[in-house]
Design a protein around this ligand. Structure first.
Ligand code: AMP
Ligand code: ZN
Ligand code: FE
Ligand code: FE
Length: 290
């Protein structure tokens, strides 16, 4: 079947998506996708449920995670694909991230209250699932209180990078994040490098040279926010730095309008062959896992 497609970047209720892990997998199967990876932010809580549903639905499943890392002033995202069950060290790392989210979320709520927009943490949690809680959930709570007309407005005025109630959170460095995932046995991917408007070819070239040294193995060339030029740049630089290619929609359900499973913003098409290449590479490089 030559045109089978996959989606190797999605989010569920275990972070800031709106579908349960099982519903997400059923949706992917109903769309005829050959495989799906679940890559929730800072959370592996949805993976077992999704994996069990994938067996029932007859679709290949890749256990994943997405972590943010701090590269100087910039936040970049990495994906771990083919994650095994979390080690004790991984569990501890996820707990550190969760704790830092709690502290940061409370600090943002304090600042919003000082700006005349009081909300409780319970209210914010009511807009999240049971995994990682973050700004998208604060934005939803603000909207339902009527403090902002839209989630977009919440980010633009208050909780986005330049917003009045923005509080940064402590992130792993790229070396730490990549090492953590590699030590688990994952295949490590730089996610959506061209999502940020100020990414340039020479900057990405430098990032890839550096991250390759830390253990990066693949580049997410295909993504809902990548235009054809971004895809071309990624493919070229992946070749230059001997990185594998991956792709995914970054589907968040109703929390990200205009992004569908598999097809992304409309023109995404990630061929099954990319997943086969990743597996082939793992067979050579990491015979222990999958
Ligand atoms: P957090 O992990 O709590 O820092 O929240 C980051 C998430 O917020 C991202 O993964 C996006 O889903 C969302 N986000 C960040 N900036 C914006 C924005 N300007 N508009 C809408 N959503 C955003
Ligand atoms: Zn997200
Ligand atoms: Fe991301
Ligand atoms: Fe994502």
């Amino acid at each position: 079947m030559p045109d089978r497609v996959v989606d190797l970047h999605t989010h569920s209720l275990a972070s800031d998506g709106t579908d349960s892990p099982a519903a997400l997998v059923r949706k992917a199967a109903a769309k005829g996708l050959a495989a799906i990876a679940l890559t929730d932010h800072d959370s592996m809580d949805g993976l077992d449920e999704a994996a069990a549903e994938a067996v029932r639905s007859g679709i290949a499943f890749v256990r994943g995670i997405e972590l943010a890392v701090q590269d100087g002033p910039a936040e970049l995202h990495i994906l771990g694909l083919f994650m095994p069950q979390p080690s004790e060290r991984m569990r501890a790392a996820l707990e550190i991230l969760r704790q830092s989210r709690r502290v940061r979320n409370q600090a943002m709520l304090d600042m919003l209250a000082a700006l005349g927009m009081p909300m409780s943490m319970a209210e914010v949690r009511a807009h999240s699932g049971k995994g990682a809680v973050g700004r998208p959930h604060i934005a939803l709570a603000m909207k339902s209180r009527g403090y902002v007309p839209s989630r977009k407005d919440a980010f633009a005025r208050y909780i986005g990078w330049k917003g009045a109630a923005f509080v940064p959170r402590t992130l792993f460095s790229p070396a730490e994040g990549i090492r953590l995932l590699r030590d688990e046995g994952a295949t490590v991917v730089l996610a959506h490098p061209c999502l940020s408007a100020n990414m340039t070819a020479s900057r990405l070239d430098g990032i890839l040279a550096k991250f390759r040294g830390y253990g990066l193995q693949a580049l997410e060339a295909y993504h809902s926010a990548h235009d054809p030029e971004a895809v071309r740049l990624c493919v070229e630089l992946a070749r230059k730095h001997s990185l594998l290619l991956t792709g995914g929609s970054d589907y968040h359900g109703a929390n990200k309008e205009g992004v569908e499973l598999g097809s992304g913003a409309g023109r995404l098409r990630v061929p099954y062959a990319l997943l086969e290449k990743l597996r082939e590479f793992r067979g050579r490089d990491a015979p222990k896992a999958l």
